[in-house]
Design a protein around this ligand. Structure first.
Ligand SMILES: [Zn+2]
Length: 304
């Protein structure tokens, strides 16, 4: 069986829930992460090492060999670093990073150096900066120096956990533009770039970026609810067009899994398998999308 690797899983650690709700007085200081998880109807994440084991067992259960774990709020890098060091052959660390944060340079150097992260995850709409800000070029330069990738969220951004908690989310979608990502990718040709969710509503622009810059990849993750913005569009048609423009070697399978007890979100995988089968994608191309490309971008340097 070819490798299955998921390029888009969020590590919703205790640290993540604590930082996310730091301004909320209605959760206790002691046992905050468990209280937030209970409020959401989720399992308490507990210790990051044990959550890492939970994830590893979950991947085993679904016969998934490897996945990216995203530290999903600035400041939670150590949780994912703990998970990756516990299962270095299974997990690849990505971290959400705000290039305009006051401690950005030190945080970036620490994450890409000692903490061993292999991709920087940018959310320009969330942190409200322009992708042509020089601080973003500095991120790409650091990524190039460390052989890391850069993930740039574009298009529509809705963060389910923020919505469920009623947290203000004044995102500016205009800032997540695949055309700006293409310009960055062309200036930094050694950096592998990932645009998630086929551009999350900016599908045409994401395809233009892929067409123009050979180092831009698309991830296929989530239920791709953005399809509703295009009359009559289907997941089959999305894959057909993405394959026509990007080719099988620049599409990376992902689910956007995050919390337990839901765990690894198999229905997303099944829907994508079905779409590829419907459009008649051959086994070699499917193997690249579901794992081969991940292995090329993030080679397993820690065979267990
Ligand atoms: Zn996500």
């Amino acid at each position: 069986m070819p490798t299955v690797a998921d390029v888009h899983c969020h590590f919703f650690s205790a640290g993540f829930l604590e930082i996310l709700t730091k301004d909320r007085a209605d959760f206790p200081a002691e046992g905050r992460a468990s209280a937030v998880a209970a409020h959401l109807g989720w399992e308490a994440p507990g210790d990051p090492a044990l959550l890492a084991d939970r994830w590893a067992a979950e991947l085993d259960r679904h016969k998934v060999q490897r996945c990216a774990l995203i530290a999903s709020i600035p400041g939670d890098e150590t949780s994912v670093a703990t998970a990756v060091s516990r299962h270095p052959a299974r997990f690849v660390g990505f971290f959400m990073f705000n290039p305009l944060a006051p401690d950005a340079a030190a945080r970036l150097a620490n994450a890409l150096g000692p903490l061993g992260f292999r991709a920087v995850a940018l959310f320009p709409a969330m942190h409200r900066y322009r992708l042509d800000d020089p601080a973003v070029d500095a991120v790409f330069e650091a990524a190039a120096a460390h052989g890391a990738a850069v993930f740039v969220h574009c298009g529509v951004l809705s963060v389910g956990v923020r919505k469920k908690l009623g947290l203000p989310s004044p995102f500016d979608m205009r800032l997540g533009d695949p055309l700006a990502v293409a310009a960055l990718a062309l200036r930094h040709p050694r950096v592998q770039v990932i645009i998630p969710h086929f551009g999350a509503g900016l599908f045409r622009e994401a395809l233009m970026a892929v067409d123009q810059a050979p180092n831009v990849h698309l991830d296929t993750s989530s239920s791709n609810g953005w399809i509703k913005y295009h009359p009559g569009l289907t997941l089959d048609a999305v894959f057909r067009q993405a394959l026509a423009v990007a080719g099988a070697d620049r599409l990376l399978f992902g689910t956007d899994s995050s919390f337990f007890p839901r765990g690894w979100h198999a229905p997303v995988y099944e829907a994508q398998r079905a779409a590829l089968s419907t459009i008649g994608v051959n086994a070699a191309a499917a193997a690249m999308i579901f794992g081969g490309n991940f292995e090329r971008l993030f080679p397993n340097v820690h065979a267990e």
